[in-house]
Each structure stands twice: as structure tokens, then as C-alpha cells.
Ligand binder design. Structure first.
Ligand code: SAM
Length: 279
């Protein structure tokens, strides 16, 4: 019986005396049909290497191991490591590492565990409390990951995939469109988790290594982006005060952007143009 079933999950939790730890964002999937859909969305085959963030008690890991060439999983919770090694001992293509994903060097991991692999992807039912830092880390640091297929809160996924404008739009939406082509691959009910979260979820697929737009100075561009959305109620020009206000005014005028605009009314190219002109 698969781990992602109600009875096996509860048996495992009981056998090991484990409770879902809220502070690590632990919500375990108990529906293997959803697992199979996530694995399908990630397009995994026998040549694929997978990095999993937060394997928990192995529900998604097992689904990945059935399809992939190799799975390397990073789990922060020390209590789950023996459990994972034990429950997944029949798979010789599995490695679990007891480490905070936010502290790893992704390219070094790829080099060490997936040296001659044609493709390496990241798949995760994310710990929701660190969705944004995890995604930003992958965007900014990884050069060898083909795609990320990640479960997250529905609202966060919708915001990330939002087209221009509206209150759902934020710097993560723009960063996602700068670094990837992304879309919602799956909508997921909160009822397939234990413990059950308060909100529904969705799975977003990010195809990385997109051809970069014409950004002159990436550090400055990212700084402009973060500052632009720093205070949602403020006008863009006030959020960009840290750069010379008169200069910003001048640039907006030159770019034909109303000086009363708010960040959520602009799109990726506008931020690129503003940053390029600030250079
Ligand atoms: N993959 C399992 C599943 O789908 O049933 C569990 C997903 S649960 C939402 C998130 C997992 O991420 C938990 O096992 C949690 O302990 C782990 N986790 C939380 N923070 C982490 C971090 N910084 N690095 C690695 N794992 C983390």
C-alpha cells in the first residue's frame, strides 16, 4: 500500500510516535492519485534526477522514486530521517539529507549527486511558511535545474501566475516571469492533507533557464523590484525614494509612465526599463 493513503500514513505516524510539526509546516498528503498527478506535471522519466524539498514521511518521495532515476531529498526535521530511510529502503535510488534547503548550494548538489544526468528537476510540496524564500533562492542561485513543480497555497500560486495588475500581483509574480515560464498545473483540495490546512492549494510548474530579458545590471534590477513593492499602499515613486527621487521622476516621464502609478500596475518590462535607466 502506498504511503499516501489514510491508513498507511496513520500507521506510520503511530509506529514512529510522530506528530505533524506545525513549526516546520508539516502537512502530509494522504491521496496517492494527487501524488501521481504532481509527478506527471513534473514530467519525470527514467532519465530524470529529482531534488525534493521536505519529503516529510515520504508520500511524494515514493511517487517520485517509482518514476525517476534518482531522488535526493532535503528534510530539516531530524526525527523523520530514520523513518524515511526505513520506509523507502526498497529503493536504491534514494538519498535523504538532514539539512535546511535554504542553506544548501543547489549547483553543488547537482554536481555531486547528478553529475552525468541529462535533466534535474525540483519537486516539492513546499513548507508554506517559506514558499517565497525557497522560490527566490532557486531563481537566483540555480543554473542547472530545468524546472520546479511545487505545491503551495492557492492564493500564493494565483499571485505568482497573475498577469499584470491587481492586488494579487507582487514582486514574486514579476520575479517568476523574469526567471521562468510558469503556470498552475493542478488545483488541490485541502482535504487531501493531514493535518488539514485552512486553505486549498495548487501546484505551480516553473520552467527555468528562460532566456533573460535585456537587463543591464541584475542586482540593481532586483533592488528596484523589491523596493517598488516594499509598501503596497505607497506610490511607486515613493517606494523608489532610496534612488534619487528627481531622477526617478525624470525616468518615469521619459518612459511615459504616470508618476502616480503603483507597482502593481506595471509589468516586467517597465521595471527593466526603470532599472536600466537608473544604471
Ligand atoms: N512531502 C511531504 C508530503 O507531501 O506529504 C511533506 C510536505 S510538508 C508540507 C513540508 C515538509 O518540509 C515537512 O516535512 C517539513 O519538515 C519540511 N521542511 C520544512 N522546512 C524545511 C527546510 N527549510 N528545509 C527542508 N525541509 C523543510
Amino acid at each position: 500500500m502506498r504511503i499516501a493513503t489514510y491508513s498507511r500514513t496513520f500507521q506510520i505516524l503511530k509506529d514512529y510516535g510522530i506528530y505533524a510539526n506545525k513549526s516546520f509546516g508539516q502537512n502530509f498528503i494522504i491521496e496517492y492519485k494527487i501524488i501521481d498527478k504532481i509527478v506527471d506535471a513534473a514530467t519525470i522519466d527514467k532519465e530524470t534526477g529529482v531534488i525534493e524539498i521536505g519529503p516529510g514521511i515520504g508520500a511524494l518521495t515514493e511517487g517520485l522514486l517509482l518514476k525517476a532515476k534518482k531522488v535526493v531529498a532535503f528534510e530539516i526535521d531530524k526525527k523523520l530521517i530514520d523513518l524515511l530511510n526505513n520506509e523507502l529502503k526498497d529503493f536504491d535510488n534514494f538519498t535523504v539529507i538532514n539539512q535546511d534547503f535554504l542553506e544548501i548550494n543547489i549547483d553543488e548538489v547537482v554536481e555531486k549527486y547528478f553529475k552525468d544526468f541529462e535533466r534535474v528537476v525540483i519537486v516539492s510540496n513546499l513548507p508554506y511558511y517559506i514558499t517565497t524564500p525557497i522560490l527566490i533562492k532557486i531563481f537566483e542561485e540555480s543554473t542547472k535545474i530545468e524546472s520546479v513543480t511545487a505545491m503551495m497555497q492557492k492564493e500564493v500560486g494565483q499571485r505568482i501566475c497573475a498577469k499584470k495588475g491587481g492586488k494579487e500581483y507582487n514582486n514574486l509574480s514579476i520575479m517568476s516571469s523574469y526567471y521562468s515560464d510558469c503556470h498552475i498545473a493542478l488545483h488541490v483540495s485541502k482535504n487531501i492533507f493531514t493535518p488539514r490546512p485552512n486553505v486549498d492549494s495548487c501546484v505551480v510548474k516553473f520552467i527555468l533557464n528562460k532566456k533573460k530579458e535585456n537587463v543591464k545590471n541584475e542586482k540593481l534590477f532586483l533592488n528596484v523590484l523589491r523596493s517598488s513593492f516594499a509598501m503596497r499602499r505607497k506610490k511607486l515613486i515613493n517606494n523608489l525614494e532610496i534612488f534619487d527621487k528627481e531622477k526617478v521622476k525624470e525616468i518615469l516621464l521619459k518612459l511615459n509612465i504616470n508618476e502616480n502609478v503603483r507597482a502593481e500596475e506595471l509589468e516586467l518590462n517597465d521595471f527593466i526599463n526603470i532599472a536600466n535607466n537608473l544604471e
